[in-house]
Write a protein that binds this ligand. Sequence first.
Ligand code: PHE
Length: 490
Amino acid sequence: MSRAEEALLEFLQSNEEIPDSHQFATDSGFLHSELENVIKSLHGFQLVVAQDVKRENWVLTEEGAAYASSGSPEARLLEQVPSEGISTEELKRKLGDGVFKIGSAQARKNGWIDIGKLGVTRKVEHIEDRVKDLLNKIKIGEAVSDGDVADLKKRKLIDRQTWKGYSLKKGPNYTLRRKKVVTDLTRDILLRGDWKDLEFKEYNLNAGARPIEYGCDHPLLKVREQFQNIFLQMGFAEMPTNKFVESSFWNFDALFQPQQHPARDSHDTFFLRAPSVTRQLPEEYVEKVKNVHESGGFGSKGYGYDWKRQEANKNVLRTHTTAVSSRMLYLLAQEPFSPKKYFSIDRVFRNEAVDRTHLAEFHQIEGLICDRGLTLGDLKGVLRCFFARLGISKLRFKPAYNPYTEPSMEIFSYHDGLKKWVEIGNSGMFRPEMLLPMGLPEDVSVIAWGLSLERPTMILYGIDNIRDLFGHKVDLNLIKENPVCRLGMA
Ligand code: PHE
């Protein structure tokens, strides 16, 4: 129990009321702020009943405080006027211009002095420095008349101050000494037997509990899981995507993307400084890729340029997950052929200017099927089937170009909200120039498609700036509070 609390409770034992906590603080030598905490606590436990009181009082201005200690200018002036009088110059010199100016005006007003040609003469023997006395009364909180207050206020010697305090009375639980309530039953309390006399704090069953920390999936992960489920339900197996760093060879060359292609420029692709080149590539296959780029084969003319190994060796941050597909298809070609359905969903990187809808990294969703005798009709059928599971049934296809697919099609869907067709993906049939050097049988076709994970996630969660979804500006509450993804559940 603090001293302030003790003093307060003691006072109320023999007094009906504390009318003003400020006064009580001054009288008992406590800071009001200290008392205020005690009051709030005592009020909370109903040992006292506290009521807000607003109090106005007067405090001395700087000038007022100076007069209160060294006297008013008029009194100080009169002190310096001898019975025979004094010249104004002499008086000014003694008092200083400021005190002289105020003092002479006030003293004349009071009828204490005369100012004539010969100087200043006094008209009274004794005076009382009322201004000084009044100021000192106000300083210690004594009451002064309204008229005096008005005069002092006019001379800017006092100022009004309002403050909030409390009036206090005993409350229903008043006692002189507050018993400390115990919050925990400890071993010591049991051993000492104190528990018999102690007062225990009641449980507050209405108290809010601290929110439980919990982990939660990012919206991208939720949507990714739904896409994974759709692929798995359709019988697709997931490809290993654990390689953000890829050689240009698998990212571009194996995909029959020529080495002068603008996408292989550092403005579009992130190249690695260290390690800048890949350590190993399957030499026999590299030779075949080189040949198909330079002079074609398998019914193709090729690109007719000088293919450079150093260019293929360069490490990049993979620009699309099709790099994963090219590795996978190559591996597949090393075994006796069997049809496969594969998918991947992972991060890719492009050296792009960042804006509302673009980041330098995003996630791609990619699916592919390889089998004998697949046609463009199969691709369209699979896409309709895949997108139907996302709840997207209106699809259109538009001829497009990719270095590694022929034919290629952009996929559009009708957006009911925007009332227009929007591009949702890209697709095609991998070229023979890509598949045959790998060693896949000639009658095997591969149909494939890709889309971003961010686009559908932003649409599903109503996020219109990609920086609110991914990166350092993301509000963690968005991640904690967003709803489950209902994609594919309809
Ligand atoms: N790789 C393409 C892209 O990055 C997508 C795609 C995948 C296109 C498979 C055709 C076939 O946009």
